[in-house]
Structure formats: C-alpha cells, structure tokens
Design a protein around this ligand. Structure first.
Ligand SMILES: [Mg+2]
Length: 317
C-alpha cells in the first residue's frame, strides 16, 4: 500500500514538474508575432523568454509599467519629421519672450553635443547635464506661462502618441496596472499631452520636472528641489517618494525608453525581480545598435508603435 501511494505521489510530483517545465519553456520570442519583425533585435533570446515566462507566471498583480515620455510615449518621427519634445512644446508658448528662447538655444548648442558625445565619460557627462538643467531652470524663473497656455499649445500641435499607445494604456487601466511615466521633460507638458489624448487615468503617475509657481502665477523654478535629467532617472530621484511606497510590492516591470539611461528607470525598486527592458532606437541606428542591444533586452529599430510592449502585456493578463 505504502509503495503504491508513493508511486502515485511521485507521479503527481513528476507531472507537476513536467507542467512547470512546459510552462517555463514556452517560447514567447518565436510565438509573439510582434517580435518577428526585421526591425526587432534581441541579443539573448533565451533570457528574454525566461523573463517573459517569469512575468506571466507572477501575474498581473506583480506588474507595473515604467515608461519614458519624450519619443517613447510620443512618436520619434512622423514620415521622417522629428516630433517636439515636452520642452520643445513649451517653447512654442506665445507669451515667451525672445530672450528666453535665445538663452535656451544657446544652452542647447552648448550641451547637446556633450550629451551625445560617446568620447566623454558618463560621470563627466552627468556633471554637464546637471549644469544644463540648472541653467535651464534659471532661464524659467520669472516667466508667467500658465498650465492653460501650455494646454492650448498642445491642442494646436497635437503631439502624436505611438500607434496603439492609447489601447495599451486603456488595457493597463482596465487591469489596474500602474504606469509610471518617468521623464526628464517638463511635467506640465507631459500631463497636458496625456490629458489631450484622454489617457491620464488614475493608474498613470507622472514623475518629471514640474514648474513651481507663486501665488501670482510667476514661475519660481522646478518643484521639489530635484531636477531629473537623462542621467539620474533612477533611485536617487524616486526612493522615498509616495509613489515608491505604492508600487513597492509590484516587483516586476516592463520598462521602455528611447535613451540608454532609460533602461535603469526601474532600478529604484529594492525588491525588484523580473524586468523586461525595451528600447526604441531611431537616431544613428547603425552606430548605436550594439550599445542598445547590450542595454535593452529587446531593441526596436524605427518602430513608432506600442505594439511590442502591448503584445507582451497581453500575455500576462
Ligand atoms: Mg525619451
């Protein structure tokens, strides 16, 4: 009797192990049709399969979505025409004085080549980026551009979201999955664009550089004394915030961005487990592909849609 019981138990145990193995071995990379495009680059397919399997098995309650904003939620280009960034949209506000625009142009001409110069070490770049954002903040102080004016400019420009972005956000809202938009851009513009497209739902949280106003509507600089730049989008900005507390049990994430620094946006979560990093590559594709493939699990070259993150999300729901 003991032997029979033991055989049954062992068989059950083997069957469970077999089932687990079958689930573990599901080949998402080759079955998700959105990953079959010639513009999809994956350095380690086995690793990507393992991560997607982990995300699926842990389930929707363990998941959060972390997205950069400029050129990630919005398109990188439309028919070859590059799209406005959140600061670029702000610069279209009609009440801005010419002196502000001249100062911004001067700063962009000085610091943009530094940001994209591969020969400058990261630490040195970071120092320059901090200087850039601090000087940018100084140029804003004393201006009176209102949220309403920014919203009007957004209505005129109609910045396009990636194709399928609204559906992706709506599905995440339906499943109560938090979306963190983590941006070095201008918070008020980011909020206006999301609102304009009707995707600023309860589950969407924006962490960005928000303008601080005094009681007369005069800009005092950025809120919270922390300026987010492209090199500090990580724990140094997020830890300790209220949002960090609300998402701390969601240990898995789909992270997407268009800059290499975006890949570390989820590094702030102390008990993080499974993270799938998706990179949107458009500028200087050939020379940047290798670095993007080293940094992101999946690289999408000139993909102006949210189809891949959405397809993977649907596997988890
Ligand atoms: Mg970006």
């Amino acid at each position: 009797m003991y032997v029979v019981t033991r055989i049954i138990l062992e068989c059950k145990s083997c069957y469970r192990a077999y089932c687990t193995m079958v689930i573990m071995n599901k080949d998402y990379v080759n079955t998700i049709k959105e990953l079959s495009g010639s513009n999809v680059y994956i350095k380690d397919k086995k690793k990507v399969n393992e991560i997607i399997n982990e995300l699926v098995q842990a389930g929707i309650n363990k998941l959060q979505i972390v997205l950069d904003f400029d050129k990630t939620v919005t398109k990188q280009h439309v028919n070859g025409v590059k799209q406005y960034s959140s600061f670029g949209i702000f610069e279209k506000c009609p009440s801005l004085p010419a002196s502000y625009l001249a100062a911004v142009t001067h700063l962009n001409e000085k610091y943009m080549p530094i940001e994209f110069n591969p020969g400058i070490p990261r630490a040195e770049k970071q120092k320059h980026m901090e200087d850039w954002w601090r000087l940018s903040e100084e140029t804003l102080i004393g201006l009176t551009v209102s949220q309403l004016e920014i919203e009007e400019v957004v209505k005129n420009i109609q910045p396009p979201l990636r194709d399928g972005c609204s559906e992706f956000f709506n599905n995440a809202t339906k499943e109560n999955v938090p979306i963190l938009i983590f941006s070095a851009g201008l918070g008020q513009t980011v909020m206006s664009v999301l609102k304009y497209h009707g995707i600023l739902s309860e589950n969407v949280k924006v962490v960005a550089n928000f303008l601080k106003y005094d009681e007369n509507g005069v800009i005092q600089g950025f809120r919270d004394n922390i300026i987010i730049n492209v090199f500090n989008k990580n724990e140094s900005v997020l830890s300790g915030t209220e949002y960090y507390q609300t998402i701390k049990d969601r240990t898995n994430a789909i992270v997407a961005g268009d800059s290499l620094g975006d890949a570390s946006m989820f590094d702030c979560v102390a008990n993080k487990q499974s993270i799938l990093k998706i990179g949107f590559l458009y500028d200087h594709m050939e020379e940047n592909l290798s670095a993007y493939m080293d940094t992101f699990d999946i690289v999408l070259a000139d993909d102006q849609t949210m189809n891949v993150p959405h397809a993977i999300f649907k596997c988890i729901t």
